[in-house]
Ligand binder design. Structure first.
Ligand code: GLN
Length: 333
């Protein structure tokens, strides 16, 4: 270890960054999650100039298979490592499909101001112009930077830094897939140094009220998607299967279809918490906007997309069933 360099832990979970294809031009139809963490680190010898890097293989999965149980294990491991004096920051290598979700989960449960950076790749490690090595280099640079302290969990891809709360995957396959439309990215990485321009005003990490230390499971929360001709079949099935909460990913401003609204009201009467969000992807889903949430006893998702609203609702339900309290949380995080 070099005393003047930061100590950065790389926790590997799988994904395309650890993927291998049949040929150098294979950019779809490759196998994710095959390369181990030691090999990922060895592929970027430049890392030793910017940090003392240690690797740990936490999982080896494609991120479409990420579960609440993986999140609890990962969150606890991150908190344990960040409590150590010899860890200055953490990089998590991850599949890109659900990276924004894991990032937001950690943003809500990490109890430290030290940097936590999620990183992935859109091209497998065997591809021409693979983006994994430069993304990993950039992520380690951010995780070891004092400038990244206290800014919440971030995603680093394509030379850009995004807040986990606001970022989303926008393209199935291109390297510039991750965007924070409208609210804006936080900054750039250039020459191995992060440059920050923007931070979220929402609470996160060290200021969070959520604590997973004693949790072995999270409450079941599912998402029902809005569309023309929507019907209540999926909603009713989720409720019958024991969902404690439902995210209604409604059309537009979260309007409730005439055929679905009675089923939502019935679900709420049975105790299920209903959060109205939107499939649109941008903008505020306002309380008492397109539906009277006071009267229906529903919650509005504010600017969270449905998959992130699901995470906040799960954590909220570990503390309360009170919809006013849950609404406060949706305006806080
Ligand atoms: N680019 C990617 O990482 C996608 C690979 C895979 N579906 C995953 O999310 O792990």
């Amino acid at each position: 270890q070099t005393a003047k360099l930061p100590n950065v832990m790389v926790l590997a979970t799988g994904g395309t960054i650890a993927g291998t294809g049949a040929t150098s031009t294979t950019t779809v139809g490759y196998t994710a999650a095959t390369v181990g963490v030691d090999q990922l680190i060895k592929a970027v010898p430049e890392l030793s100039k910017i940090a003392n890097v240690k690797g740990e293989q936490v999982f080896q999965i494609a991120s479409e298979s990420m579960t609440n149980e993986h999140w609890l294990a990962l969150g606890k491991r991150v908190n344990a490592l960040l409590a150590q004096n010899d860890v200055d920051g953490i990089v998590i290598t991850h599949g890109t499909d659900t990276m924004e979700e894991t990032g937001y989960f950690l943003d809500l449960v990490v109890k430290s101001r030290k940097p936590v950076i999620l990183v992935g790749a859109m091209r497998p490690s065997t591809a021409l112009s693979a983006d994994g090595p430069i993304n990993l280099y950039n992520a380690v640079a951010i995780a070891g930077s004092p400038d990244a302290i206290g800014k919440g969990v971030m995603l680093a891809l394509n030379d850009q830094i995004h807040s986990a709360r606001d970022v989303t995957k926008t393209n199935t396959s291109t390297p510039d897939s991750f965007k924070t439309p409208e609210l804006g990215l936080m900054g750039y990485i250039q020459g191995g140094k992060p440059f920050f321009y923007r931070v979220s005003t929402r609470k996160h990490t060290a200021d969070t009220e959520f604590d997973i230390a004693s949790l072995s499971a999270l409450p079941q929360v599912d998402i029902v998607y809005g569309y023309a001709n929507m019907n209540p079949v999926a909603l009713d099935a989720f409720v019958a299967a024991g969902a404690k909460g439902i995210i209604h990913a409604g059309v537009g401003d979260g309007s409730l279809a005439a055929r679905v609204k009675p089923a939502l009201i019935a679900a709420r009467k049975k105790g299920t918490i209903i959060v109205r969000s939107s499939r649109v992807g941008q903008g505020i889903l306002a309380r008492n906007g397109e539906a009277n949430d006071d009267e229906l006893d529903f919650v509005a998702a504010d600017t969270l997309n449905p998959q992130k609203a699901r995470i906040l609702l799960m954590l909220a339900l570990t503390k309360t069933n009170n919809t006013r309290e849950i609404q406060r949380m949706f305006y806080t995080y």
